[in-house]
Structure formats: structure tokens, C-alpha cells
Ligand binder design. Structure first.
Ligand code: FES
Ligand SMILES: [Fe+2]
Length: 366
């Protein structure tokens, strides 16, 4: 059912947004690239699905369904041989495309294939595409699509709120003033850059009362650039810029069990090959951590207890409605199976959502 309130049109019971068992087909972060070296194989669980990851001699990362198509042994018990993976149980061998290429007790392997998922590496992370063929490039910031980055990892958090709810915090204009005491006026211009990505760019000059702006004003006269770029409603880039101080922060999220957010924070700085540039980037990435701490320090206490409902939005909440509407038009998959969600309306599903117990945020060691 679509309703209109204060000229805002949105679905009252969205079938993807804030749903604990739905996500959009797309690219999702898997593990830091350095955590999987050549010849290594590991079990992983992404968006509820059990998978196996290995890195072959050719340095390519491969992700297959976890269980061997013969008798179902977990392939992470196996060994990497060249660019292939051999099952521990009866020694069947699978190539990067998932084809069985060797069965020791037969002269020729039978035609068996396990599912191989598209992978890529960027921003220091391994990524997986949760469908057949990638329909989009890896998440990027529009004006920096072809740039290379230095990166530094921030916290890896398991947060007691849905990733979509965590994402919209950065476009929730009212709370900038109430929670962060930051800016009293904000106005976002939204642009859908493709079916799966939407940007919000602040077009307002900041209020002179703002503490942060008062602090910056003597050294910087132009408006502070603040923009967001969201992919699949779960990976968000925040760009905060004042002159050469340009902070790019990526929150790469996945939907964890019972609708929680599994968040990897990555700080990014455009690569610069000069010695000074390299040193400056180290400083910038270090400083980024303080900027982000400043923003999310007070959000944490809201996000760990919130039971988000889109009940009575105001015109101020237009950007959030834009985010929800953009998300609802994307291809939904079911958590754990990754099958397409074919229900026409998520209403009956909503009632079955698992309840979240009292819970603490968790810092995860990768
Ligand atoms: S279970 Fe893997 S080879 Fe038999
Ligand atoms: Fe916030």
C-alpha cells in the first residue's frame, strides 16, 4: 500500500527496506584481501549463506558454494592445488568455475558442477556478486570512479540495527542538529546514478551557529562539501570535504542474522605517488577516524535500541523517503538462500520477522 503524507509518497510496508531477511542483488564485502593468501582456503558465511573462499596460484580469489556436490563435505576442509580446490573426502577436484575436473577413481570426471560466484577486489576487500553475472561495477563514488585509493580499515562492527537504518542516519537531516549539534539546515539533492546507486549532495550553506563550522570558518570560507553515495542500500560512501581536506569513508554493510548490521568501515584517500602525497594520505586516513568518531559517537546509543518505523515522516525526511523508494525498485533476494523474492508484497513476511533480543554492539576481529 502506498500512502501520501505531507506530499511524501512511499510504501507503508516496504518489502526490502529494513526487512531482516531480504537484501538486494549486488556486490557485498567478504573479507579483507590480506586475510586470504595464495594457497589458502577458508569457510565464510555471507548474508546467511555458507561458502568457501580460496586464492589460487594465479592470485585470483574464488568463492564456491560450501558443500561438495558429491556427498556434501565442507570444501574448506580441502586443499588448494594450483588454481583448483580438492575436496578432503573423496578427493574430487573443482576448478575456479566450479567444474569437477578430476575424480581419482575414474579416468574421466563426470559432469558435475558446484556454484562459483563472481568475485573482485577493491578498497582492500574481497567482494562477491550475489547473482549470476554482475550487473554493476563495484561500488564507487561517482566523481572518483576510476581513481585508485590508499585505504585504512576502521572498526568492524556488528550493530543491533538493520543496515538500511544505519545507512539513512547520514541523510537524516533533523538529527544533525538534535543529536550532533552540528548544522541547523540541510538540503539534499538526490540523483539516481543507476538502478542500484543513489547520491545525495548537500546544497545548503551551513548555519553560522554550528560549532564545527565556527571552528573551521577562520581558515576555510567556502561551503563544506557533504555528499553520500549508496549502493544496494547497504554500502554507503560519505564524502566530507573542505579544500584539500577531503574525507572519504565507506561503510560496507551486510545483513547479519535477525536483521543486524555487519559493518566494515574503510577510510579512503586518492592515491598519490609522490613521497609528500603518500605521507599526506597517511595523515588524512588517520584524521578520518576522528571525523567519523565525531559523527557516530552519539548515533551508537540510538542505533543499538531503535525499532525503526516509517510512520509519520515530515517534509524534512524527504531524503529518507527517496532512499526507501530507490531501494524498493531493486531486485530482492532472500537471506540465506539468495533466491529471488517473488512475494508481491512483504506484508505477511513482516509478521514473521524474528524478534531481536537485548543485544550489545560487538567489535569483530577479522
Ligand atoms: S564429498 Fe567431496 S569428494 Fe566426496
Ligand atoms: Fe548521525
Amino acid at each position: 500500500m502506498n500512502i501520501t503524507s505531507n506530499n511524501l509518497s512511499y510504501s507503508k510496508k516496504p518489502k526490502i527496506f529494513n526487512h531482516p531477511e531480504r537484501f538486494v542483488e549486488g556486490w557485498y564485502w567478504v573479507i579483507p584481501s590480506t586475510k586470504i593468501s595464495v594457497g589458502e582456503v577458508k569457510p565464510i558465511t555471507i548474508l546467511g549463506k555458507e561458502l568457501v573462499i580460496y586464492r589460487g596460484e594465479d592470485k585470483q580469489v574464488v568463492i564456491l558454494d560450501a558443500f561438495c556436490p558429491h556427498f556434501g563435505a565442507h570444501l574448506a576442509e580441502g586443499t588448494v592445488e594450483g588454481n583448483e580446490l580438492r575436496c578432503f573426502f573423496h578427493h574430487w577436484k573443482f576448478d575456479a568455475a566450479g567444474f569437477c575436473v578430476e575424480i581419482p577413481c575414474l579416468e574421466e570426471a563426470v559432469k558435475v558442477r558446484t556454484k562459483s560466484w563472481p568475485t573482485a577486489e577493491k578498497y582492500g576487500l574481497v567482494w562477491i556478486w550475489t547473482g549470476e553475472t554482475p550487473q554493476q561495477p563495484l561500488p564507487f563514488i561517482p566523481e572518483l570512479e576510476f581513481d585508485e585509493f590508499d585505504h585504512a580499515f576502521g572498526k568492524h562492527l556488528l550493530l543491533n540495527c538493520h543496515p538500511n537504518v544505519f545507512m539513512i542516519n547520514a541523510i537524516d537531516t533533523q538529527h544533525f542538529n538534535t543529536v550532533h549539534k552540528l548544522l541547523s539546515e540541510f538540503n539534499f539533492h538526490k540523483q539516481e546514478i543507476n538502478e542500484n546507486a543513489i547520491t545525495f549532495v548537500n546544497t545548503t550553506n551551513e548555519s553560522p551557529d554550528s560549532h564545527l563550522i565556527k571552528l573551521i570558518r577562520p581558515i576555510y570560507k567556502k561551503p563544506v562539501n557533504f555528499s553520500l553515495c549508496y549502493w544496494y542500500g547497504m554500502t554507503g560512501f560519505i564524502t566530507i570535504g573542505i579544500g584539500i581536506l577531503q574525507f572519504n569513508i565507506m561503510f560496507a554493510c551486510r545483513l547479519a542474522e535477525a536483521g543486524k548490521a555487519d559493518i566494515k568501515t574503510v577510510f579512503l584517500a586518492k592515491k598519490n605517488k609522490s613521497i609528500f602525497g603518500k605521507m599526506y594520505n597517511i595523515f588524512l586516513l588517520w584524521l578520518s577516524q576522528f571525523v567519523i568518531e565525531y559523527f557516530i559517537k552519539n548515533d551508537a546509543k540510538i542505533l543499538r535500541t531503535i525499532q525503526f518505523k516509517l510512520k509519520s515522516p515530515l517534509d524534512f525526511d524527504q531524503s529518507i523517503i527517496n532512499f526507501v523508494n530507490h531501494l524498493e525498485n531493486q531486485k530482492a533476494l532472500k537471506w540465506q538462500t539468495w533466491y529471488m523474492d517473488r512475494t508481491r508484497n512483504g506484508e505477511e513476511e513482516v509478521e514473521k520477522r524474528p524478534k531481536r533480543e537485548k543485544w550489545h554492539d560487538e567489535l569483530v576481529n577479522d
